[in-house]
Design a protein around this ligand. Structure first.
Ligand code: T5A
Ligand code: NA
Length: 208
């Protein structure tokens, strides 16, 4: 049976993930492909509100505690995500477990510990990594408003994302040059997505 494709969009802060996720969703709808978009962290749930307060520096949380909240924020949507895919709808996720592992590891937590809570989550069929130099991302404005939005952290995150893609644990991983103009990025995103446009055969995988 054909199911929907599970596509994750990852990248540094300000790399254009939300912009590209919205553009891809609009194109899918225009082409008559059923599709839904989720964003992590999902700041609308009670867990997401705790994460939001932490990111805006309105609350302090232990590094491990907030890591587990980010993971729980994915788990609370996992069953719905599987059901949506099974119903034949393509799911786009703006950030996912790769952000979870990479950001907390960048803070100094052990990599294996960081990955453990996300083990068993639905695995994407394709991850699009929007790659941009931190100094280029910063020039887009708004940088510095939230925790982690500083160049030293972003440089570590970029390095760890690159290693994640090379490790093979992340499944199919395509790096897109997010420093280009918006429509050039969208064109590269579509080229990578196109093989999945008619859905996917077989079960959804599991991390990691
Ligand atoms: N995090 C997240 C964890 O630590 N653990 C986890 O498990 C998860 C899921 C918040 C933080 O949480 C961390 C990672 C983050 O530090 P978030 O809510 O996704 O995560 O916040 P950001 O990634 O910071 O979201 P941004 O909105 O900043 O970045 P986007 O979505 O990458 O960028 P976007 O599309 O909003 O664009 C940013 C600006 O650039 C312009 C846009 O118009 C906008 O002004 N722009 C371009 N300009 C020029 N050329 C282009 N090609 C452009 N594309 C977009
Ligand atoms: Na965003």
């Amino acid at each position: 049976m054909t199911r929907g494709a599970f596509i994750v969009i990852e990248g540094l802060d300000r790399s254009g993930k939300s912009t590209q996720a919205a553009a891809l969703l609009a194109r899918l709808h225009a082409e008559g492909i059923p599709a839904a978009l989720h964003k992590f962290p999902d700041r609308t749930t009670p867990i997401g509100q705790m994460i939001d307060a932490y990111l805006r520096s309105e609350a302090e949380l232990d590094d491990r505690a907030v890591h587990l909240l980010f993971s729980a924020n994915r788990w609370e949507l996992a069953a719905q995500l599987n059901a949506t895919l099974a119903a034949g709808t393509t799911v786009l996720c703006d950030r996912y477990a790769f952000s979870g592992a990479v950001f907390s590891t960048s803070k100094g937590l052990p990599a294996a510990w960081c990955r453990a809570p996300d083990a068993g989550l639905p695995a994407p069929d394709l991850t699009l990594f929007l790659d941009i130099a931190p100094e280029h991302a910063r020039a887009r404005g708004g940088y510095g408003a939230e925790r982690y939005e500083n160049e030293a952290m972003q440089a570590r995150v970029r390095e760890l994302f690159a290693r994640m893609g090379e490790s093979g644990d992340a499944g199919m991983w395509v790096t897109v040059d997010a420093g280009q103009a918006q429509d050039a990025v969208a064109r590269d995103v579509w080229t990578a997505f196109e093989p999945f446009a008619r859905g996917v055969e077989g079960k959804v995988g599991q991390l990691w």
